[in-house]
Design a protein around this ligand. Structure first.
Ligand code: SF4
Ligand code: SF4
Length: 705
């Protein structure tokens, strides 16, 4: 191929990459691709104008309208994943709000790209089929601290080990997108500030007569005298049009009653046993029914009322949202002791409307007056009865926690353990002398802590911080998304917060020296190498200085790629062996495993080779560490001139020949702190001791002994 041809090919690839990045947050599928997924007798209609969803009809039910809706989550819930890019899932729900299926169209989560592969993710989303939006769907804790089990109302899906944060984001994405469509097309209720609707306590029943029902608030009553009704129509065309009412102003014009039928105490008393049982059998799950009646001269319905339709004079609202109350067409008999009703109905509210029987609802009764005989002028006034059954008849389910908060709940025990470990580390770094002065004590503490970091934080807790979090944050912010996805990974967030604070006090080494699982693994490999007789080598200082710039260059390349070539960034982050060695525990294809093992072997020869010369996260943390306020590692006047003890003992080459500490390279191993305080190892102290001066806590005593 000619140079010109190669150039054009590269240009085309670049344009394709840019276009891909530009359409990163748009839907992927056209009508033909949708039709291929929903073959006859199903038919895919045109994408809806009001909400990005495809209506699906069935040739078997030609008049039924859409039997399902399919939609891409990226259009409705572009929640950034761990890597900063939202998932795109194809979701289909039927007209009752049950999931027909979920398919992964596009995802960029590092753990599913080449770590675990997409298999576990596909297995996870398959679990949605058959579940309902009316159920509370959550993901099982793989950590065992918060147990949840499935029942009619709640479903617990199996999670994916090593990908907990990503899976929670998938669940949130599915629920958010599906609810948006259900609210727009299936009359699902919008969220209220009260949490889920209250449910009836079937175990609470008390036999009460009608008078007791009214007196106890079980049945609500609004009673209006004729003069009160007349006052409603004052200064209107309806004023003075009720001669009968004007003749007896103090008499009751209308008595309006409402009762909540689902509650056994109310329903059995108002309907009788048989009718109540019949009604409960025929209501759908979560559906509410009310008993409404009027007595007096004015009535809720008249002889023109068509059974099975919503009564025109009845209006129901709650939190200012209107609800349709439709006649259940039941033949009711007034309960014993009740007044003589002129209207008596049982009405139902649509099942997924979200009306909460535990909250006060407004039952409006419209009163109408007409003036004139041929073309009568009708004036209407609505009176409202505020009603909620007694709280003792209901149970109030707690508001479901958002998915990210469930993640914190699940990890509460692990967070507590890590919190204690961080507190301990903070105390040791704040007062390092006691631990460091004894080389044995320091070794035991340091190796124990590093083992905890590797095993508990890394392999078990999946808390390995990574440069992916930096590139992901850049991508999210660049796409106008927030950083909310960090909330789904509480352990990482805790470590990020602690590390950020440590920048100001101790600098870079707190994370790199104590809290990085891969860093800890390198130390253990180096230790094993020593035991096996591998001779540790040091690069010439000049060469080390030059190579040290490598990690900053890699970090700059990654930041640039995250900004301008997100797909490229996904490849470049593989420079980190963290996913291979820590996230999936070497369970990955051989080139990745070989790369990680090579770095580990190298670290046995050149101590912390990856950390010192390649790690982009370490570079970013080093830059953060420059916020450090105090120079907290103590030095003596003799350090560097002439004493070079610490410098030679520092395995990280973090002490300059002048004796000053290069905090950019210091991993806070505390070896030099121990030497500083030890009159057996610190050369100036040894000298003082030989001269007969006592040394107390690493300082010279005031007077010679
Ligand atoms: S330099 Fe990188 S690998 Fe090394 S300890 Fe720091 S973050 Fe971990
Ligand atoms: S010995 Fe080196 S790495 Fe360890 S604390 Fe001292 S300067 Fe830092």
């Amino acid at each position: 191929m000619s140079r010109c041809g190669r150039f054009l090919r590269h240009c085309a690839a670049l344009v394709a990459m840019v276009l891909c990045a530009m359409q990163a947050y748009g839907g992927d599928l056209g009508k033909a691709e949708m039709a291929a997924r929903f073959p006859p007798p199903l038919q895919v209609g045109d994408k809806l104008a009001d909400i990005p969803a495809w209506p699906i009809t069935s040739e078997l039910e030609p008049d039924a309208g859409p039997v399902a809706y399919a939609f891409e989550s990226i259009d409705l819930a572009p929640i950034p994943g761990f890597e900063g890019t939202p998932f795109n899932l194809l979701i289909a729900i039927d007209r009752k709000g049950s999931y027909l299926g979920v398919e992964v169209l596009r995802q960029h989560e590092p753990v599913f790209l080449s770590g675990l592969g997409e298999g576990p993710l596909n297995d996870f989303v398959r679990q949605y089929a058959g579940k309902s939006l009316l159920q509370q769907i959550s993901v099982a804790s793989i950590y065992g601290s918060a147990k949840r089990s499935s029942d009619d109302k709640r479903v617990v899906l199996d999670g994916v080990s090593k990908a907990t944060a990503s899976i929670r984001i998938v669940n949130q994405t599915v629920l958010t997108a599906a609810l948006a469509v259900a609210r727009a097309r299936l009359a699902f209720a919008a969220p209220t500030q009260h949490g889920p609707p209250a449910v009836v306590r079937a175990d609470v029943y008390e036999a009460l007569d009608f008078a007791a029902l009214v007196k106890g608030g079980y049945v609500g009553r609004l009673s209006l005298r004729n003069d009160e009704i007349e006052a409603l129509f004052a200064d209107s065309d309806g004023a003075g049009q009720d001669a009968e009412g004007l003749a007896a102003p103090a008499e009751i014009g209308v008595d309006f009653y409402v009762g909540y039928l689902n509650a056994p105490t109310i329903g059995r008393a108002l309907l009788g046993e048989g009718m109540y049982d019949y009604l409960m059998r025929n209501l759908q799950p979560g559906q509410q029914a009310y008993w409404v009646a009027t007595a007096g001269r004015l009535a809720l319905v008249d002889e023109r009322f068509v059974r099975g339709t919503p009564p025109q004079r009845l209006a129901l609202t709650q939190d200012q949202a209107p609800y349709e109350a439709r006649d259940l067409d039941l033949e009711l008999v007034a309960p014993a002791g009740a007044p003589r009703f002129n209207s008596l109905l049982a009405v139902q509210i649509p099942p997924m409307s979200g009306l909460d029987p535990g909250q006060v609802a407004q039952f409006g009764l419209t009163l109408a007056r007409s003036r004139g005989a041929i073309l009568p002028l009708v004036t209407e006034r609505t009176v409202s009865l505020d009603y909620a059954p007694p709280a003792a008849l209901l149970r109030y389910p707690p508001k479901p926690l958002p998915e990210w908060l469930l993640a914190w709940q699940d990890r509460a025990r692990d967070l507590a353990i890590i919190g204690v470990a961080l507190a301990l580390l903070a105390v040791v770094l704040a007062r390092p002398r006691w631990v460091a002065v004894s080389a044995r004590r320091l070794r035991i503490f340091r190796l124990s802590f590093l083992a905890f970091t590797l095993v508990f934080i890394g392999w078990y807790g999946q808390g390995q911080l990574s440069v992916v979090q930096i590139t992901g944050a850049i991508k999210s912010l660049n796409a106008g998304q927030g950083l909310g996805s960090f909330l789904y990974d509480p352990i990482s967030l805790l470590l990020i917060a602690f590390t950020a604070l440590s920048f100001f006090v101790w600098g870079r080494g707190t994370f790199c020296g104590w809290l990085c699982p891969f860093g800890a693994l390198q130390e253990f490999v180096a230790l094993a190498g020593q035991r096996l007789g591998v001779r540790a080598r040091r690069l010439p200082a000049r060469l080390a200085q030059v190579l040290d710039r490598g990690r900053y260059l890699i970090l700059a390349a990654l930041v640039g790629a995250a900004l301008w070539a997100p797909r490229l960034a996904e490849q470049l982050v593989e420079i980190e062996p963290f996913k291979t060695a820590i996230t999936v525990g070497f369970d990955r294809s051989w080139p990745f495993v070989a790369y990680a093992l090579t770095l580990l072997v190298l670290s046995a020869v050149y101590y912390k080779f990856f950390c010192r010369f390649l790690c982009p996260l370490g570079a970013a943390i080093t830059l953060g560490g420059r916020l450090r306020l105090p120079a907290w590692l103590k030095r003596r006047a003799e350090c560097g001139q002439p004493c070079q003890t610490c410098r030679h003992r520092c395995a990280y080459d973090a002490i300059e020949p002048t004796g000053t500490i290069n905090y950019d390279n210091c991993f806070q191993c505390l070896d030099c702190v121990g030497i500083y305080h030890d009159d057996q190892r610190c050369a100036p102290l040894i000298l003082y001791r030989r001269k007969g001066r006592s040394v107390v806590d690493g300082r010279l005593a005031r007077k010679p002994v």
